[in-house]
Write a protein that binds this ligand. Structure first.
Ligand code: PLP
Length: 387
């Protein structure tokens, strides 16, 4: 072979003698076949071979299998972002004329996707309050095909009775989807509570290092097959390199979340006891309105804490500006503790009435508790609150 050919084909491919401990990054867009018969077998579903990375890739598949086991699902799929997971799920599971019932207290991206884009395709969203979700038998119309909800809810960490909503959906053949991002599968197992599909922004706890944007859906094989067909066509799959990073982050999920649960509880308790803020929202505190529901359906209360400092926006902004260890950034679920002000992020531009409906005030600050020493986090919050 001449140099140009050698440079392309020389020593390329896998080494059968090297058995890696970790899953390698299959950074390839396509896979090699030995014969036409092998391609035919693949097309007829008779082989475990891979064809093209937009359809399936070994690095991506390894992460999907791990997440499916974690959620107690038949199968899982990963996507280029949480929003890519949501969009692909909707394209796969609903169509023109269908109604989606969605919790009004939902991630803003989900809300705008449903309210601004899906109606263009004849899909009608109807938003219901947390109070309405408490009576799940009343939320349906004859056109309802899918119910989308979250628990705990950003930023007040209000919780919805997941099993009750799932039961009402099952009784009517309506697909239930729970966004489990805030809890993580370590703290909450929605499929065991009867939900049909679990969704995650894996950008948050699943990856946990604030360096990968990814999404997840986990469900029964039948529903995942429908979503996979859509993902192949929409092309919203996760890149193998990002899948590798997500898989590496996942290995420490249990220890990260256990530590974040404990630190968040310590921060929340300390702040409540000191009485330096008007109110602390944390589902693990007995004072939280949904503490009984959270205790029933969660095995840990998560790493998110919301403070209402009282005294209006200026007090929250002063607290935010004075933080030294906790970083001022949107997002959550990483090893670094972060603070965001809901009125500048998730509730930006909302009217007084919309804020009141979401139970959000201008004096709230949301903390995502990371893996720093909890004493340093408490000291940071205390100095930022000092007169
Ligand atoms: C609860 C929740 N769901 C979905 C998303 C969207 O995920 P992504 O940003 O990975 O697209 C987010 C992002 O903040 C979120 O907080």
């Amino acid at each position: 072979m001449k140099p140009a050919t050698q440079l392309i084909h020389g020593a390329e491919g896998i080494d059968d003698d090297a058995t890696p401990l970790t899953t390698p990054i299959y950074e390839t867009t396509t896979f090699v076949f030995d014969s036409a018969q092998e391609v035919r077998d693949y097309n007829e579903g008779k082989s475990g071979k891979f064809l093209y990375s937009r359809y399936a890739n070994p690095t991506v598949l390894a992460v999907e299998k791990k997440i499916a086991a974690l959620e107690g699902a038949d199968a899982a799929l990963v996507f280029a972002s949480g929003q890519a997971a949501t969009t692909t799920a909707l394209l796969a599971l609903v169509g023109g004329g269908d109604e989606i019932v969605c919790s009004g207290a939902i991630y803003g991206g989900t809300l705008h996707l449903l309210a601004d884009i899906m109606p263009r395709f004849g899909v009608r969203p109807r938003f219901v309050s947390i109070d309405e979700l408490r009576l799940p038998d009343t939320i349906f119309s004859p056109a309802t095909r899918l119910v989308w909800f979250e628990s705990p809810i950003n930023p007040t960490l209000r919780c919805v009775d997941i099993a009750a909503v799932a039961r009402a959906c099952r009784a009517r053949g309506v697909v239930s989807v729970l966004d489990n991002t805030f809890a993580s599968p370590v703290n909450q197992q929605p499929l065991a509570l009867g939900v049909d599909v679990v969704m995650h922004s894996a950008t948050k706890y699943l990856n946990g290092h604030s360096d990968v944007t990814a999404g997840v859906l986990a469900s029964s094989q039948a529903l995942i097959d429908r979503v996979l067909k859509a993902r192949k066509l929409v092309g919203a799959v996760l890149d193998p390199y990002a899948a590798y990073a997500l898989g590496r982050g996942l290995k420490t999920l249990a220890v990260r979340v256990e530590r974040q649960n404990a630190s968040a509880m310590a921060v929340a308790r300390q702040l409540e006891q000191r009485g330096r803020v008007e109110r602390v929202y944390y589902p693990g505190l007995e004072s939280h309105p949904d503490h009984p529901i959270a205790t029933r359906q969660m095995s840990g209360f998560g790493g998110m804490v919301c403070l209402d400092l009282g005294g209006g926006y200026d007090r929250a902004a002063r607290f935010f500006d004075r933080l030294k260890v906790i970083q001022r950034a949107a997002s959550l679920g990483g090893v670094e503790s972060l603070c965001s002000l809901p009125v500048l992020t998730s509730q930006w531009g909302h009217s007084e009435e919309e804020l009141a409906r979401a139970g959000v005030t201008a004096s709230m600050a949301r903390l995502s508790i990371g893996l720093e020493d909890p004493d340093d986090l408490i000291a940071d919050v205390e100095q930022a609150l000092a007169p």
